[in-house]
Write a protein that binds this ligand. Structure first.
Ligand SMILES: [Zn+2]
Length: 235
């Protein structure tokens, strides 16, 4: 049978278990929120990376365009100088330089076209990804909001459970409370007060002695021979 003393202790244990459970839930909230914030940061970093890639394309494009401008200035200069020369070989030498510069201009123009294509395709991807990212960030911020609401509700439940625990504590037999507190401080996996079933401890599942079983049956304070948990026999 379960004595009244033990029933009160079991009532206390129920609240204690509830307080532990709620505290663990509440403790896990900041970690959950931090993980979501990391996901948001990763989404945003990816968009920034793509923007930087496009900016670097733009830079290469303006470098190529500047190169074209320089080459064209050079060509104009060659042509001006060419008019002033008298010898055919000098005239031809300028022709050669002009042809080379024009070939380089054409190369640079191809480069610019290639970069423009690249910018086009990267911008298309960026627009699509930016849309997905902002939807995802909005969703994740919503999840953070849900966690914050959940934390408030857990905190309120915890307050109620802690008050109930304090009330239940008043009725617990002091000797039993000492044993219970000692078991908890030893880091025993809860619960500390467990039923005996098939002569086995409900905590460590080891067989208990006949004497211990007898004590538990009588409603006396009995503890497991192996793990020291407080035992009772269910009615
Ligand atoms: Zn045990």
């Amino acid at each position: 049978m379960i004595s009244d003393t033990l029933k009160k202790a079991l009532h206390y244990q129920d609240w204690d278990t509830q307080v532990i459970h709620l505290s663990q839930q509440l403790d896990s909230v900041p970690g959950e929120i931090a993980r979501i914030r990391e996901s948001i940061a990763a989404e945003e970093a990816e968009i920034k990376r793509q923007q930087q890639e496009i900016a670097s394309c733009e830079l290469r494009r303006s470098q190529a365009e500047l190169e074209i401008e320089n080459l064209e200035t050079q060509i104009t200069r060659f042509k001006t100088q060419q008019i002033t020369v008298k010898k055919t070989e000098e005239y031809e030498a300028f022709n050669e330089q002009i042809r080379n510069a024009e070939a380089k201009v054409s190369e640079c123009e191809d480069t610019v076209l290639g970069i423009l294509d690249e910018i086009d395709s990267k911008s298309g991807k960026l627009d699509a990804d930016r849309k997905t990212c902002s939807e995802r960030v909005a969703y994740l911020n919503g999840v953070i909001g849900d966690w914050e609401k959940k934390a408030l509700s857990i905190a309120s439940e915890l307050k109620t459970a802690s008050a109930a625990l304090e009330t239940a504590k008043i009725d617990v037999d002091p000797a039993l409370m000492t044993s219970y507190t000692r078991l908890k401080s030893q880091g025993k996996r809860p619960p500390c007060i467990v039923p005996v079933r098939d002569q086995c401890c409900g905590g460590c599942h080891m067989r208990v002695s006949n004497d211990t079983l007898k004590k538990a049956r009588m409603g006396e304070l009995a503890t497991c021979d192996q793990c020291s948990r407080i035992l009772y026999v269910e009615d």
